[in-house]
Write a protein that binds this ligand. Structure first.
Ligand SMILES: Cc1cc2nc3c(=O)[nH]c(=O)nc-3n(C[C@H](O)[C@H](O)[C@H](O)COP(=O)(O)O)c2cc1C
Length: 318
């Protein structure tokens, strides 16, 4: 009997649905025992988010200073053959509940020397967050064997509006009579994520704990949007810089911190609306000279599962 642990947290239920879809073939298998650990912050995060609290969460999120969790239900000494860490991205970083989990002493005991699959469901910017998680897993001595990412199919410009609206109002949309499409991951993509569970079930018997290999190659587990690589790097640097200043100004409740935060929000939105489109045009223009570099970056971020989708042709999702 193989044992698989899913660790997750979800505010709207989106990631919970993704987890259920991936886990279904394993739950149905007589040779696999599946354990679900749902992370519970001691002080729950609000949903929908009040405007200022939403943005005021970014310094602690980006600096890996999450709110602590209630004790886990799973015993830290329990051995698992595979652990699936399902997380969403908050401010180009792993969400606070997943960051908190990775800092617990239980995570050390559960993950050290174990094969791990990360499963991400977010708007579309996950590259920097996964870099943070990769570093965390390496420090814990875990083996990251696969990464699966589900993102919103709508255009980046549309999700830039629909995702915050969803987070701040609790409504998915569509908004403005359909001009802005509904936020979130397509139901068909969530249902389709079942194929990852089926591949995990098929590969589990041969999974060697000492040198585990990827189980999800050729399934279109990730798709790297090369146009977002530079934006993510710039955004992450900006969050680190301003995050440090805001942390220096005090607790989230500090008046001075909230005033500076309001200034930063205006600055950030202005930059995104002005600099980002100009740099997108420049990037498109220089793309022919950057092909090799971009291909290298894509391969790096797509690892370990890769972008190849044997069933649908390459790249995944067209
Ligand atoms: C505070 C906050 C920050 C977010 N930042 C990002 C982000 O940087 N990149 C991204 O792709 N999605 C971002 N999202 C969207 C989430 O990744 C996720 O899609 C959404 O919260 C729904 O997840 P859940 O209901 O399963 O928790 C953010 C959401 C929240 C609440």
């Amino acid at each position: 009997m193989k044992r698989v642990l899913f660790v997750s947290y979800s505010q709207t239920g989106q990631l919970a649905e993704v987890v259920r879809s991936v886990a279904a073939p394993l739950v149905a298998s007589p040779s696999v025992e599946v354990v679900f650990e749902t992370l519970e912050p001691i002080e729950p995060y609000p949903f929908p988010w009040p405007f200022l609290r939403f943005f005021n969460t970014f310094p602690e999120t980006v600096y890996g200073m999450p709110r602590p969790l209630n004790p886990l239900r799973v015993g830290a000494g329990e051995p698992f053959d595979l652990i699936v860490l399902a997380y969403q991205v908050w401010f180009l970083s792993p969400s606070q509940p997943m960051a908190a989990f990775l800092q617990t002493p239980e995570a050390v005991r559960l993950l050290r020397g174990r094969p791990v699959i990360t499963l991400i469901a977010c708007r579309n910017m996950w590259l920097m967050a996964q870099e943070t998680v990769k570093r965390g897993l390496q420090a814990l001595g875990a083996h990251l064997i696969d990464n699966v990412v589900l993102t919103d199919r709508a255009h980046s410009a549309a999700t830039f509006i629909s995702t915050p609206l969803w987070m701040l109002t609790g409504r998915r949309g569509p908004f403005l009579g359909g001009v802005v499409p509904a936020a979130g991951i397509d139901a068909a993509d969530i249902a389709d994520a079942r194929r990852f569970g089926a591949a995990i079930e098929a590969g589990l018997p041969a999974l060697d704990a000492a040198s585990p290999q990827a189980l999800l190659k050729g399934l279109g587990a990730v798709r790297v949007n090369e146009r977002l690589i530079a934006s993510e790097r710039t955004g992450y640097r900006s969050f680190r810089l301003w995050g440090r200043l805001l942390l220096f100004l005090g607790q989230p409740s500090s008046l001075l911190r909230r005033i500076v935060l309001c200034f930063y929000i205006v600055f950030l939105v202005t930059m995104i609306l002005t600099v980002a489109p100009v740099s997108a045009v420049i990037k498109r223009f220089v793309a022919p000279w950057m092909r090799e570099r971009i291909a290298r970056q894509r391969a790096y971020f797509a690892a370990p599962s890769g972008e190849t989708d044997e069933a649908r042709g390459f790249p995944a999702h067209g």
